[in-house]
Ligand binder design. Structure first.
Ligand code: GLA
Length: 353
């Protein structure tokens, strides 16, 4: 029980408890900062936070993943340590007047870090939701997602889009969110029970703050600048062919327009209950990430290919790329046998959920 853990560490009860799930993106990668539509899904694994306001400027943070208590003061610069995401969320909650001063905070998380499952978005959103409860302000979940993205963009310095924050702030495990990342309009789409969306960690860890994610965002910026438009995903193939840019930039733009089209087709396939079409779109999405956006790795390409070879109807790298997880759509009745065969061939891969 998180309140007992909190009490053990801080010697008093928490004032607020809140949670957020991890997310896996079913399809629509790297298009949430290019005007595209994405289709992430909340996971059954998540994290919980417990928080108590303080009367001074101190922020004390403890977590079930790290020993000791991290202590910072409001307004202090970030250190590059594990607690930065939590401190950033508190700083922005104070700026938004959800909180007045410092807090004691305890974090209990089941979401693996560096796996592409949005552990950081879940942490920031859960803290902001706890802070919102504390203030009783009239703030929507979408407002929380927007503020959470600001924490990543402005405090952490990670130039991410809005997908993860929206996915973990508004959707529930078992449903996907078809999200227009320009307007933030969304539909919650239920997923068929007869298929499992299995998430496997490839065994390759990565940190999106290491610069490779940013490099892709800058490449997309170059394409947008050449096109004189921000909604890169809505360009036509013909317009991309005419852009005065280097070949690698053209490839990034090509991924964006085809990926956006695949997401729209995937949402339609779900509505028609055509899971074979959905699976085929997942596979095409992977090929595009491999060949055009170039964010996959040789190991992940083999894992994805084997996932399909052993019976998944679709499989792809998910999240920011360069490691992390794959998501596979598998017939529920075959899922256990499929998983056993795949993991026997890929001992470094790990079943997440
Ligand atoms: C990370 C970012 C998201 C999104 C994905 C790639 O998860 O946080 O905004 O760009 O990568 O689709």
């Amino acid at each position: 029980m998180i309140n007992l853990e909190f009490e053990k560490i801080f010697g008093a009860s928490p004032a607020q408890i809140s949670n957020a799930p991890g997310r896996v993106n079913l399809i629509g990668e790297h298009i949430d900062y290019n005007g595209g539509t994405v289709l992430p899904m909340a996971l059954p694994i998540g994290l919980e936070v417990a928080l108590a306001p303080r009367r001074d400027e101190l922020i004390r943070i403890a977590s079930d993943k790290f020993d000791g208590i991290e202590e910072r003061r409001l307004g202090e610069v970030k250190t590059g340590g594990w607690a930065d995401y939590a401190v950033g969320a508190i700083e922005f909650a104070v700026r938004a007047e959800y909180l007045q001063r410092g807090v004691d905070l305890y974090i209990s998380s089941m979401i693996p870090d560096g796996a592409g499952l949005s552990s950081s978005a879940a942490l920031i959103v859960a803290i902001l939701k706890a802070a919102r409860q504390q203030s009783e302000r009239d703030v929507t979940d979408a407002d929380i997602a927007v503020l959470a993205r600001q924490v990543e963009n402005e405090y952490i310095g990670m130039p991410c889009g809005i997908m993860d924050q929206m996915a973990v702030a508004v959707s529930q495990p078992g449903e996907a969110i078809a999200l227009d990342t320009t307007t933030l309009d969304y539909d919650l789409v239920s997923l068929p029970d007869r298929y499992h969306f299995v998430v496997l960690h490839s065994g390759q860890h990565r940190k999106l703050s290491d610069g490779r994610y940013r490099k892709r965002t800058l490449e997309c910026e170059e394409a947008k600048k050449a096109a004189k438009r921000d909604d890169l995903c809505l360009l036509s193939e013909c317009e991309i062919a005419k852009l005065d840019v280097a070949q690698n930039i053209r490839k990034r733009a090509f991924h964006c327009i085809t990926e956006h089209a695949r997401v729209l087709a995937a949402i339609e396939a779900l509505r028609k209950d055509d899971m074979n079409a959905f699976g085929a779109l997942m596979n095409e999405s992977h090929f595009s990430m491999r060949d055009y956006f170039e964010i996959s790795t040789p190991e992940i390409n083999v894992l994805v290919a084997d996932a399909v070879k052993y019976g998944a109807i679709g499989a792809r790298l998910t999240g920011g790329g360069f490691g992390g997880c794959v998501v596979c759509a598998v017939d529920a009745e075959l899922a256990d046998a499929w998983k056993a065969t795949l993991l026997a061939h890929h001992p470094n891969a790990k079943f997440i959920c």
